[in-house]
Design a protein around this ligand. Structure first.
Ligand code: GA4
Length: 323
């Protein structure tokens, strides 16, 4: 279906040998803060180890996810369409973007989760407990990462994490399932890594940061500042952290949001990834304390409206730049 060449990076060869920063969160606080800032400046991306999220929180969440995706298609459709939350298959967003995946998009509010769990699982309490537990762990980790960033950027303590702690925060959660590649997608037997099949097309995440984990199956690629395509090796216990557009604005371009995509034909196993998108409240201003300002004044709600009316791969922030 989406036998695609990279949208904006047709010349960007795969530099798989470049290793992306890997940060050990158990080290000295000052060191971690500086390493996070350096990684965000250089790549807008890093991998996190010793993050302190308990294994049982992750495994309970994964169990629910496997249960859900192994249901028959007609049962899964009952939890859709994802407008804006629920189950989706192949169609991404509202403007015709497609990918070789199925997914669920969920709100992070515990009340909303317990309501939605009624259509997601035959054991709704177990489902909502697993999701709520995982999302609380992600919110805590997100705030911890943002506190390190604030320290490394010499911003006031908690000045970034308070955006996520806000009761009206607009954070959301996504689980993607990329079915195993059988080498014969859509009858195209020529499909190989030379002709990548795009699972989720190239884009930047709009929010502040994204915290992602995947089962031990590859496919994620990020693009470096120099337009090099880097394959990120999968790892069962690490988290990947992505700088999103809102953080690019809040840091006045000290950090750039990272373009990334997922290939669907990189493995014969199915890939599951879970993404927590940390976002402020709709009313929060994204203005940066760093001067001179590179962006107009706007709120997360104003940005989000633009995001959802445009295509996945669009460079949406250009519209908000000051000339
Ligand atoms: C990318 C990041 C998140 O997955 C997401 C996506 C959203 C969607 O799937 O509905 C968008 C995409 C994402 C950015 C551009 C718009 C909106 C699909 C799309 C074409 C949930 C998000 O917040 O933005």
């Amino acid at each position: 279906m989406v036998a695609a060449s990279p949208a904006h990076h047709s010349s960007g060869e795969d530099q798989s040998f470049i290793s992306v920063p890997r940060i050990d969160m158990s080290l000295d606080r000052h060191l971690v803060a500086n390493r996070i800032v350096k990684a965000c400046e250089d790549y807008g991306f890093f991998r996190l180890v010793n993050h302190g999220v308990p294994d049982h929180i992750i495994s309970s969440m994964e169990e629910e996810v496997y249960d859900f995706f192994s249901k028959p298609a007609c049962k899964k459709q009952e939890a859709g369409p994802p407008s804006p939350f629920g189950y989706g298959c192949k169609l991404i967003g509202l403007n015709g973007d497609m990918g070789e995946l199925e997914y669920i998009l969920l709100e992070t509010n515990p009340m909303a989760i317990s309501r939605r769990s009624l259509v997601m699982s035959t054991d709704p309490i177990k489902f909502s407990d697993a999701v709520t537990g995982y999302l609380q762990a992600m919110k805590d980790l997100c705030c911890k990462i943002l506190d390190h960033m604030a320290q490394g950027l010499q911003l006031p303590d908690k000045s970034l994490s308070c955006l996520i702690k806000d009761n009206d925060n607009d954070s959301c959660f996504r689980v993607n399932h990329y079915p195993p590649f059988d080498g014969n997608a859509n009858g195209n037997t020529n499909n190989s890594l030379n002709c990548p099949l795009v699972g989720f097309g190239e884009h930047c995440d709009p929010q502040i940061i994204t915290i992602q984990r995947s089962n031990n199956v590859g496919g994620l690629q990020i693009y470096s500042k120099g337009n090099h395509c880097i394959s990120v090796p999968p790892h069962p216990t690490e988290f990947c952290v992505f700088v999103g557009d809102a953080l690019q604005v809040l840091t006045n371009k000290k950090f750039l949001s990272v373009r990334h995509r997922v290939l669907a034909n990189s493995s014969k196993q199915s890939r599951i990834s879970m993404m927590y998108f940390g976002a402020p409240s709709l009313a929060a201003s994204l203005s940066s304390p760093f001067l001179p300002r590179r962006y107009k004044n706007f709120t997360w709600g104003e940005y989000k409206k633009v995001v959802y009316y445009r295509r996945l791969g669009d460079r949406r922030l250009d519209l908000f730049e000051l000339s």
